[in-house]
Design a protein around this ligand. Sequence first.
Ligand code: UDP
Length: 331
Amino acid sequence: MRSSVLVSGGAGYIGSHICLRLAELGYTPVAYDNLSNGHAEFVQWGPLERGDIRDPARLAEVFALHRPCAVIHLAGLIEVGHSTADPALFYDINVGGSIRLLQAAEGAGVRAVVFSSSCAVYGAPQQTSIGEAHPLSPLNPYGRTKLVVEEFLQELARWKGMSSLALRYFNAAGADLTGRIGERHEPETHLIPLAIDAALGRRGPLNIFGADYPTPDGTAIRDYIHVADLADAHVRAVEWLLKTPHAAGTFNAVNLGSGQGASVRELVDAVGRAVGSPVPLREAPRRAGDASQLIADITKAQQLLDWQPSHDLETVVRTAVQWAQASPNPL
Ligand code: UDP
């Protein structure tokens, strides 16, 4: 029998790519998702179990039914602006929901947990390339909820012997190389899909949030990592937890990025080339709380997980454009 892995948020953008990668490597991915932001049609490689991470009875039922060997926990709210508008909701879902989910996992005897964390836990960067030892000082409730869950995982490691890896994502981007799944958020706030829609004439001009940063072209620099590379790292993380004897009862945080920076203008130019028409632009003020530069030091992921990003920025943009062109018009 194939081993099951429960993926909370498995109907979402990153979660569905993780389910695909799990299936490719012989696991049965069980997507646990309330479909508040996920998409049932993204669940193609295993069962979809509808449920909320704040619902202990439903969680117990699903754990008993599928008996997963590990949990990959992504379900939660992700938008920074939303977190500043409604911190209580973020704490209720991202913290309260995570505690319920992890309690259910522990009750079902699951010892291995991979958690979807974020580079938002670092706050304002103090150096160019951010390693895991960088001070933790989130700038908003979103980042703080991720840090609180990381701290709770450390409690479970220390007092309950649970093993976990918190994967701190930089900017997930791109789509499945064969076009089966991709990015779809409502409302969309991410740079690449917005730039593509602007170039395709499906939205008005793209706002460049800040052209006065202390960077070579004045726009903010981020580290974009292809979602398939991100997904592959999650499966390696599960296998590291399950197969490494000294992983038992440990907690580790690991950055996931490409290790390379790209500016908003570089991204916009790449999108224009891939679409075949330039992205209409409008310069706008900086977004509150945006850092000028966020680039991952990925040495730890490379060493611990024997992982290497394999898709470059051109592939990120090309797959995102293919996905957008095949998707319904957002207007
Ligand atoms: N950005 C922008 N215009 C947009 C959306 C984003 O200039 O309409 C910039 C944003 O300020 C940041 C980068 O693009 O510097 C990536 O933003 P995104 O929201 O995709 O991810 P974040 O880095 O905020 O997680």
